[in-house]
Ligand binder design. Structure first.
Ligand code: NAG
Ligand code: NAG
Ligand code: NAG
Ligand code: NAG
Ligand code: NAG
Ligand code: NAG
Length: 704
């Protein structure tokens, strides 16, 4: 006994204090930091402004609080901070500096646990740290460990703090969402998989910061600026498109996508980010606005900055910055390509949530960021962050890019009928642009109208009126400037469905007490969402007689075989022009709309008993609504549910025919996940989608 005490005393005196191992306590830290779903990643992902725990395994002897000391060095690139590990009664975070203390609840001198707290304004990035213990021979250093630090919307002191738990879960953690397209009156939702936690996505997002022009130009300054979400979001916005840098996506609006992937074919951000990273950062072909926005949403969510995808219906692109968009029609109702200004049926951007310490608290909250390359801002293709509050109140001098976004949601539309090079009728519409601004609702797969955040809306009816407004010759440009004699409006009888006739009614009112003879031209053109219409594919012409004060309804139908082969994924621009045969006065009404695609049905069997790591069956079903045979490929995917994608072919499915395919998958992540099915038709360019939300439960701990 005596002897052994003596020996251990000698060991105590002679042996040097050594750090054998630093345990990063991954599972405990991931849970506290709400980064559990990154557990497959090799590196520990932490949020700033919150303590994390590491446990040391000391060799040689135990730590002696009276004589030994312990320090930590934290590095971000060449920036570093050194701090002592202190004894403190509570673990606290400071908003300005790194801190470290021994676990106050459990002081184990052989294997001490230490809490490290980053400031809530720490730069985002890949950090390294090492522990140093003092000894007779100076300092002994452990091996370096690595962790990734991202923003923390759960932390009050963080500039991205968002006060509601359901919003934090939706805007940071949700791996799936809906993107809205089509038109305001006939919105189409597309399921999208953000894929934050798919293998390789985290690394791609971090690499995006490392290869940004700002980082390459001056690493030190870039690292220091990365504490600020305003700066980070602006860097990311420029890196999503490949103009000016090694960014992710190449845009193409030509309709010819042979050298890459048709933008409508993407179903999630993961494939795009992985393709970009694997190719050594060459641009992925091709993106359009919703693809740019959705990929940016993934990157921001990974970096811990709350983000959502927003659609603006009838989005103005005002090239000459006069807040007016001009549109021209021929006498027969054909829309002409005379103006560089344009109205996209929809445009998609993102909003990120952050404080604007640079602008004062009135501008905190949602900020518009638009990664689609449209206009240069500060010399590069990026846009924002523009506070949504500044757009609403027209603070156009605040940074960044407010006038551009303001015009996108507020420009006036001037519609002109041209005859032999002369404007013969003119109409102004103040309500059409920005008619509906929306995003996915928190926690539910449906549309949330956020128009009110951007605009003071006048009357509740005016915004939904879409484009079917009447236009008559009562403006300054029209000959005679007589009071309205005739009015015309165009109304779709119901939302057009693929495989069914498009039926619409024109309402024509003779406001005068004389009979009228009118020449009626109706014209239908195919239109891409961001482009002028192409050739006319359907037209009708006729003469009608109107009795004094008569109101007449004319009904028309366009049959599926007249539009199916030409329309595909595109919109239809329908216009009617009336010409008073006596006075040659013209009246126009027009509308733009989508043909609603059929749905692909996807259903999981026994949906209440879906358990992690347990094989599960599901079926996809589709009924052909078209008037011709269809062939194509069904692809099923789901972040956290299916690794990779499942493919199956459909060939020569006759009109009215149904296919049912059964498949199995094994969920890898718990929580509400989106199971997504997409049918790519080979003969018409249409993508048919379907999805189901699936709740995966963690396996119970006992097995029988
Ligand atoms: C969007 O479309 C859905 C489904 O077609 C519909 O139920 C909803 O009312 C539409 N929302 C708006 C605001 O138009
Ligand atoms: C769009 O793609 C087509 C073919 O894939 C190509 O010829 C065209 O140059 C592309 N446009 C741009 C802007 O890359
Ligand atoms: C994500 O959104 C879906 C609805 O689209 C919802 O069912 C799910 O609970 C959400 N997940 C989280 C983590 O908020
Ligand atoms: C969207 O919200 C605005 C403002 O509250 C409202 O005027 C408009 O009618 C709403 N649109 C739809 C389609 O619900
Ligand atoms: C509606 O039109 C948009 C824009 O052209 C297109 O991307 C979308 O796929 C269409 N949706 C349907 C269901 O046809
Ligand atoms: C449609 O498919 C059926 C088989 O499913 C085939 O017999 C028929 O010839 C096809 N029709 C056309 C027009 O291709």
């Amino acid at each position: 006994m005596q002897f052994s005490v003596a020996v251990s005393l000698i060991v105590f005196l002679l042996a040097d204090l050594l750090i054998q191992n630093v345990d990063l306590e991954k599972s405990e830290n991931l849970e506290i930091h709400k980064t559990e779903d990154f557990s497959d990643s090799k590196v520990l992902v932490l949020r700033r402004g919150a303590p994390f725990k590491v446990t040391l395994q000391l060799g040689g002897r135990a730590f002696n609080p009276h004589t030994d000391s312990l320090r930590i060095k934290i590095l971000l690139g060449r920036l570093y901070s050194i701090m002592p590990v202190t004894f403190s009664k509570t673990v606290s975070s400071s908003s300005s500096s790194w801190k470290a203390c021994f676990d106050p609840k459990d002081l184990n001198l052989q294997n001490p646990s230490i809490f490290l707290s980053s400031p809530a304004s720490a730069p985002v990035g890949i950090y390294r740290f090492a522990m140093y213990v003092s000894s007779k021979n100076g300092w002994h250093r452990s091996r370096f460990s690595t962790f990734v630090l991202v923003c923390n919307p759960w932390c009050r002191e963080d500039a991205v703090y968002i006060p509601f738990e359901d919003e934090r879960e939706e805007y940071v953690l949700n791996t799936s969402g809906l993107l809205f397209m089509g038109t305001a009156v006939n919105n189409v939702s597309r399921p999208w998989s953000f894929d934050q936690y798919e293998p390789g996505v985290l690394e791609a997002c971090l690499n995006l910061l490392q290869i940004s022009p700002q980082h390459l130009k001056n690493r030190r300054v870039d690292y220091l600026n990365r504490n600020n979400p305003v700066y980070i979001s602006r860097v990311v916005s420029a890196m999503i498109n490949c103009e000016d840098d090694h960014g992710i996506l190449k845009g193409n609006w030509s309709g010819d996508f042979k050298q890459g992937v048709n933008p409508t074919m993407w179903t999630g951000s993961g494939d795009i980010l992985l393709q970009w990273a694997r190719s050594g950062f060459s641009p992925v072909k091709y993106g359009q606005c919703w693809v740019y926005a959705a990929v940016m949403c993934t990157v921001m969510r990974v970096l811990g900055i709350p983000c959502r995808v927003v659609t603006n219906f009838n989005s103005a692109h005002d090239t000459n910055a006069n807040l007016v968009i001009e549109e021209y029609y021929s006498e027969t109702g054909q829309k002409l390509k005379l103006s560089k200004d344009s109205i996209w049926n929809f445009h998609v951007w993102v909003e990120c949530w952050m404080n604007r310490r640079d602008l004062g608290s009135g501008m905190d909250g949602w900020q518009v960021l638009d990664p689609t390359p449209q206009e240069r801002s500060g010399g590069v293709y990026c846009c924002g962050p523009a506070p949504v509050k500044a757009i609403k109140d027209r603070h156009i001098n605040l940074p960044y890019d407010i006038p551009f976004v303001y015009a996108e949601v507020n420009a006036d539309v001037h519609t002109v009928i041209i005859s032999q090079g002369r404007a013969i009728s003119y109409h102004k519409d103040k309500d059409r642009v920005g008619s509906l601004i929306c995003t996915k609702a928190v926690g539910f797969p449906r549309l949330q109208n956020i128009t009110e955040n951007y605009k003071y809306t006048k009357s509740p009816t005016s915004t939904l009126r879409s484009h079917s407004s009447t236009m008559s010759g009562d403006s300054a440009l029209s000959a005679g400037a007589s009071p309205k004699e005739v009015s015309v409006s165009l109304i779709l009888d119901k939302a057009p469905l693929a495989g069914q006739p498009i039926s619409f009614t024109m309402k024509i009112t003779n406001k005068q007490s004389v009979p009228k003879r009118m020449n009626v031209h109706i014209n239908a053109q195919v239109k891409e969402y961001n482009n002028s219409p192409s050739d006319t594919f359907w037209e009708k012409q006729g003469i009608i007689h109107l009795a004094p004060r008569e109101v007449t309804l004319l009904q028309q139908q366009i049959h599926p075989d007249e539009y199916e082969s030409v329309v595909g994924d595109n919109l239809i621009n329908l216009a009617v022009v009336l010409e008073d045969m006596a006075t040659h006065e013209r009246y126009l009404a027009s509308d733009e709309f989508n043909i609603t695609s059929p749905k692909l049905h996807i259903q999981v069997e026994r949906e209440t008993s879906i358990v992690l790591h347990k094989e599960q069956a599901a079926v996809v079903a589709f009924t052909n609504p078209f008037t011709h045979n269809i062939s194509g490929e069904v692809i099923v995917s789901g972040s956290g549910l299916i690794q990779g994608k499942l493919h199956c072919r459909i060939s020569a499915l006759p009109p009215g025919g149904t296919v049912i395919k059964r498949f199995t998958f094994t969920p890898r992540m718990a929580g509400a996940k989106m199971l997504q099915a997409t049918l790519f038709l080979s003969d018409i360019s249409t993508v048919i989608t379907g999805f189901e939300m699936v709740v995966v439960r963690k396996a119970s701990t006992t097995y029988y």
